[in-house]
Design a binder for this molecule. Structure first.
Ligand SMILES: Nc1ncnc2c1ncn2[C@@H]1O[C@H](COP(=O)(O)OP(=O)(O)O)[C@@H](O)[C@H]1O
Ligand SMILES: [Mg+2]
Length: 367
């Protein structure tokens, strides 16, 4: 292959790519390579661009098969062959460390031996892996807490409380509460994974927002009343407001938000629900409908606001546990709203209550 063709090819490849000659001098580098290693890479010895012993060793072997294979210690990658080699390396360039997968292969350029070096930045993949590990660790921890309580009580019921009916009843009540907590956690996890699974599919059902908000409010009113909270639906129109959505999911959004307002903002005694038309919502790039759930409780410290929709994030862990929360309610809400191409706005001031607003796009061809 001719060198100018190689340069064209390298520029068409989305990963960083360098080509070196027989003496491991860089003779071509694409833009993705410049983005990682900086400008003016050609004519430099490869070792001055990528300083990594395993990569340099792999390149030596490709350029000179007599020099022998580099050590192989990564069980996830195939053992190096004499022709093409893949390895993982953390490369430092322009003041940054990047986890990369490097592929080194032979090339014949203008009749002479050379090599290509392709470098994929895998930090995004590793970050996703790390998030997955954190998630599993969190789930295990959340399940273990009620499980430990259950196991402790089983032991007590077998031993010291065996012949104490009063204690037995009390312990069974606690065990039931803990088992319910595990049940809710599993249900929320399943619902989160289902929502994530559909996130790319556009919801197509007709959803009546005003009917939905009123019906969730009616369902939750008795429990709210028991907690000393009234649900005010005065600002929710009585006529239907139809959007394109998923009925079960939208129901879950309002259910979770109203439940939170009662649980955490209930000290204000009232939770106000409203539904209003928004002529233009910048994030939606168009008109929408806004449902607001506003409480007059203690409010949320601004410090917590940006992280509230993360899985298992709670402003007050103790309080959430005591109220039987799973820490997943708002994460589910956020995913459902994303699927509906809407937005969630959270406003709160300490001592002034909180407002959770869901804005969903208006159905096209309204009417
Ligand atoms: N209306 C509200 N007022 C005050 N804090 C709230 C309100 N809604 C949610 N929060 C805070 O956000 C956290 C996360 O809510 P959520 O994801 O529904 O989890 P959970 O209710 O299971 O704890 C809650 O633990 C609580 O600290
Ligand atoms: Mg909740």
């Amino acid at each position: 292959m001719e060198i100018r063709h190689l340069r064209q090819l390298a520029d068409a490849v989305p990963v960083a790519m360098l080509v070196v000659d027989r003496r491991s001098r860089v003779i071509a580098a694409n833009q993705a390579a410049n983005a990682i290693f900086g400008p003016s890479l050609t004519d430099r010895p490869f070792v001055t661009v990528v300083r990594h012993p395993s990569v340099n060793h792999a390149l030596d072997w490709v350029l000179d098969p007599e020099s022998g294979p580099p050590p192989h210690d990564d069980p996830d990658l195939p053992p190096p062959g004499p022709t093409i080699q893949k390895l993982r390396a953390t490369l430092s360039a322009q003041g940054r460390d990047r986890a990369c997968v490097v592929t080194v292969g032979p090339l014949v350029i203008d009749g002479a031996r050379g090599a290509s070096i392709a470098i994929e930045d895998s930090s995004g993949v590793e970050q996703a892996e790390q998030m997955r590990r954190d998630f599993v660790a969190n789930v295990s921890h959340e399940l273990r807490t009620p499980l430990t309580a259950l196991m402790g009580f089983i032991e007590t019921l077998r031993g010291p409380a065996r012949n104490d009916p009063a204690a037995r009843d009390r312990f069974l009540d606690i065990m039931e509460r803990e088992a319910n907590r595990m049940n809710r956690l599993v249900a929320d996890l399943l619902s989160l994974s289902r929502v994530e699974g559909d996130e790319r599919r556009r919801p197509v059902q007709d959803v009546d927002l005003s009917g939905m908000v009123r019906s969730v409010a009616a369902t939750l009113a008795p429990a709210a009343r028991n907690a000393g909270v009234s649900l005010d639906v005065e600002k929710v129109p009585t006529e239907p407001v139809i959007i394109a959505g998923d009925n079960d999911q939208i129901l879950q959004v309002f259910h979770n938000l109203i439940e939170n307002a009662v649980k955490y903002g209930g000290s204000g005694g009232v939770v106000r629900l409203s539904l209003a038309h928004v002529p233009h919502e910048p994030v939606l790039r168009g008109p929408g409908w806004a449902v607001t759930v506003a409480d007059e409780g203690e409010g949320i410290d601004p410090l917590h606001l940006p992280r509230l929709t993360e899985r298992f994030y709670r402003a007050d862990t103790h309080r959430s546990r005591e109220k039987g929360g799973t820490g997943l309610g708002l994460a589910i809400v956020k995913h459902i709203i994303n699927r509906h191409r809407g937005r969630l706005r959270i406003e709160s001031e300490k001592g002034q209550g909180s407002r959770f607003t869901v804005i969903l796009p208006e159905r096209k061809g309204r009417g």
